[in-house]
Design a protein around this ligand. Structure first.
Ligand code: DI6
Ligand code: FE
Length: 410
């Protein structure tokens, strides 16, 4: 199986064990082989049934477990600087909200992001992305929200697009202009939200930089009414919405987001029964972010059992950001989702594949493997699938196929 990295993945892949839930429903359940042609999956089935064109290359998967390429569906990967100082302040007893109110928090990353050039941001985000790619991430969502002006939000979103081209992965960009109030708008929240809705979002959407729109709906950020104003602007442009909802308090954000057909509601530690019911009706994904829960030493666990009973799909993501989740391992998030939130291993793995794809509107192409889909998968050299959730601080080095190329071998 060792081959030159970035070689084409075209050919027959055999001797693989398919992880539960990895295949689309139209694929035979006892499959152990895949055929790739032109970077697309052409066939999935039993090796014995494979009908091969002449001179088909053969790739022996060596009995590895096969999962779809992983998907990190909530990140703030592009920013300047870092905030280790706040880690120390919180250890000394300050809360996240206190740090934010004292002028630290998001606004300090805004300063550093504004000072950085586009190329500097690209370099620092690329380095961080490498960790995720090495674990088999094939698609990622990247939010703006550390620029908070048209020019600086544009810079962040352009970096996000360039990361996709540079590294050959699927990037979904999310405009999070309503992340925090920039210092120059202190005390003028309404004016800033007007700017977001009337100038920033329409301009960035027209430039093709926005795949979805998000808001930080929270006491220390934007109100429910302000959130709705941003959602209306998104709706007018035909853009899907998602929401940072009920992370620190129950603002009723999830129910509002559901009314706008949100792709996802994220964090949701304080989600109410009404919020769950609304999300179920609208088919909104619940994105769980155990890295932020852990970093903030939160104790309010999201209502997992109620979400499970309601049949709300649950995704798991890093929420990578310099303040509350400096996490660069999606497998560690899988572990934490199990340990801290009591997800089962199959639930947590669906959370970084199928349900993460749904949180990005990518469910027709990503998150499961089947004929007609791009070749995005991971071959794990482990004895059993549960090892993907089990190891802490070390990861099995997998073979990665991304966008039809073999991008990593063990
Ligand atoms: N929720 C979060 O967890 C991050 N943003 C948000 O809206 C935190 C961002 C930061 O502290 O820099
Ligand atoms: Fe976030």
């Amino acid at each position: 199986m060792r081959g030159s990295v970035h070689a084409s993945a075209d050919g027959l892949w055999f001797n693989l064990r398919v992880a539960p839930g990895a295949l689309t429903v139209d694929s035979p359940p006892d499959s152990d082989a895949l055929l790739v042609q032109g970077g697309q999956i052409a066939w999935v089935g039993r090796l014995a049934d494979a009908v091969l064109p002449p001179a088909t290359p053969r790739h022996d998967a060596g009995g590895c477990w096969l999962t779809p390429g992983l998907i990190d569906c909530h990140t703030h990967l592009v920013y300047g600087g870092q905030r280790a100082n706040e880690f120390a302040l919180r250890l000394a007893g300050a809360s996240y909200e206190e740090v934010a109110r004292a002028g630290g928090g998001i606004v300090s990353s805004v300063r550093a992001t504004r000072e950085a050039s586009e190329d500097e941001l690209l370099a620092s985000a690329s380095a961080r992305l490498q960790s995720l790619l090495a674990e088999g991430v094939c698609a990622i969502e990247i939010k703006s929200g550390y620029g908070l002006s048209l020019a600086h939000e544009r810079k962040q979103l352009r970096v996000a697009r360039r990361l996709g081209e540079l590294h050959g992965l699927t990037v979904r960009t999310t405009f999070l202009g309503a992340h925090a109030l920039p210092p120059e708008y202190a005390g003028r929240s309404a004016d800033y939200v007007d700017l977001v809705c009337r100038e920033m979002l329409p301009a960035l959407a027209a430039e093709g930089l926005v795949d979805a729109v998000d808001v930080f709906c929270e006491r220390i950020a934007f109100s429910l009414a302000e959130t709705e104003q941003v959602f209306q602007a998104a709706q007018a442009l035909g853009l899907p919405v998602k929401l940072h909802a009920e992370q620190l308090s129950d603002m009723g954000g999830a129910a509002l987001a559901a009314r706008y057909g949100a792709l996802s509601c994220d964090h949701i530690e304080h989600l109410s029964a009404e919020g769950i019911a609304a999300m179920r009706r609208s088919g909104t994904v619940a994105v769980l972010l155990p890295g932020a829960f852990y970093t903030l030493r939160d104790t309010q666990v999201p209502p997992i059992q109620a979400l499970r009973e309601a049949g709300v799909p649950m995704a798991v993501s890093t929420d990578h950001n310099p303040g509350t989740s400096p996490a660069l391992s999606l497998l560690l998030m899988v572990n934490m989702a199990c340990t801290l939130f009591r997800l089962t291993v199959p639930e947590a793995l669906a959370g970084v594949t199928r349900h993460a794809a749904q949180a990005l509107g990518l469910q027709d192409s990503h998150g499961q493997l089947g004929p007609g889909r791009p070749a995005n998968w991971v071959l794990w050299p482990v004895g059993e699938v549960a090892e993907l959730a089990y190891w802490l601080g070390q990861r099995p080095r997998p073979t990665v196929v991304r966008q039809g190329r073999i991008t990593q071998t063990p």
